[in-house]
Design a protein around this ligand. Structure first.
Ligand code: ATP
Ligand code: FE2
Length: 329
């Protein structure tokens, strides 16, 4: 059986995982965090460089395999922050050269979708809600296509920015979910859906203004934020289900950890007789297991770079989901 090492480094997470025959043997990660302000890509890349060896050996130990048993290395090629992607790719190439094995470049967003197979999803519409990305992705005529997306910021960054503004720390998602549970009053917020796309920056401004006014409780704003923005996500996902005729909805990305979002998706799926799938939290947030998992599928379909070909492989910070040639389906 093929043993695949996966490496994830698109943003704040550096992860290494071992997958074999579609089974996750280990999935180790370390996440860069800041008390204040956003992430400075060069600093995050430094964090990755400092931690990569330790995480690598931890992943091998947990999987109980020797590095000489690895057959191929899959790594996140994009999209993501260039300095972070470069760290992952450099590490991949060094290992590949030392162990004399091939590499497989993987698209991070498609990996979020393919790992859904572990939950039983076969041909889903994926609602991918992470920090930087908010997209509705599904397979159609030979490619993974983006049917809808945010026109400005990702839903995770939107929640985190509001949470930082309200002084409740980072990451904001879990804190907002907790506050929302004690919110009682629904406060009307702008609702911004265009076809299968959404826009969030106007809602963010409106939320800040309402908080500043001193007339709204933070927990009511957290509750209203979730009810409004998740309804927008569910509406666009439902439209994509109707448009594609697919019968499965898969959640992905860190925001998918949110219990209320999961519940709203479940209700929508029940009403339109679609199946709902949601991987466990460690596979929703950025992780290397999904990279190794998709890497194994691609490798088995003949996609690999070896020897001199490896030099030509580069990162793709702005890679779009529909640019990827899907030869494995
Ligand atoms: P990308 O995958 O686009 O590179 P990312 O790495 O920032 O983005 P993830 O690691 O998938 O994204 O997710 C992080 C986001 O998930 C953060 O914005 C965080 O606030 C959010 N999040 C985590 N738990 C919850 C929750 N329970 N409710 C809402 N949001 C949550
Ligand atoms: Fe991600």
């Amino acid at each position: 059986m093929v043993i695949v090492l996966g490496i994830e480094s698109t943003a704040h997470t550096f992860g290494v995982a071992v997958v074999s025959g579609g089974r996750i043997l280990s999935n180790v990660k370390r996440v860069f965090t800041t008390e204040q302000g956003g992430m400075i890509p060069i600093e995050v890349a430094g964090f990755h460089a400092n931690n990569k060896n330790e995480i690598y050996f931890e992943a091998l130990n947990e999987a109980e395999i020797d590095e000489n048993k690895i057959d191929v290395i899959a790594f996140s090629q994009g999209p993501g922050l260039a300095p972070c992607l470069i760290e992952g790719m450099k590490f991949t190439k060094e290992l590949a050269e030392r162990l004399k094995i091939p590499i497989v470049p993987v698209n991070h967003c498609i990996a979020h979708l393919e790992i859904g197979q572990l939950t039983g999803a076969k041909d889903p519409v994926m609602l991918y809600c992470s920090g930087a990305n908010t997209q509705i992705i599904a397979y159609a005529s030979g490619k993974y296509r983006i049917f809808g997306e945010t026109l400005d910021i990702g839903v995770g960054n939107f929640i985190d920015t509001f949470a930082r503004y309200a002084g409740i720390g980072f990451p904001g998602g879990p804190a907002i979910q907790k506050l929302a549970e004690s919110g009682k009053r629904y406060i009307e917020l702008p609702y911004k859906v265009k076809g299968m796309d959404i826009a969030l920056s106007g809602i963010l401004t409106n939320l800040k203004q309402k908080l500043e006014s001193g007339k709204c409780k933070l927990e009511d704003l957290a509750y209203s934020l979730q009810e409004t923005v998740f309804a927008m996500l569910v509406e666009t996902a439902e439209r994509a289900l109707a448009h594609t005729g697919k019968k499965e909805l898969l959640l992905g990305g860190g925001v998918a950890c949110n219990k209320r979002l999961q519940e709203m998706c479940k209700i929508m799926c029940r009403e339109r007789k679609a199946k709902f799938f949601c991987p466990e939290p460690s596979l929703l947030v950025d992780n290397a297991a999904m990279i190794a998992y998709l890497g194994e599928i691609m490798f088995k379909n003949g996609i690999k770079f070896k020897g001199k070909q490896i030099e030509k492989v580069d990162i793709k910070p702005k890679q779009r989901t529909d640019e990827v040639e899907v030869k494995w389906k």
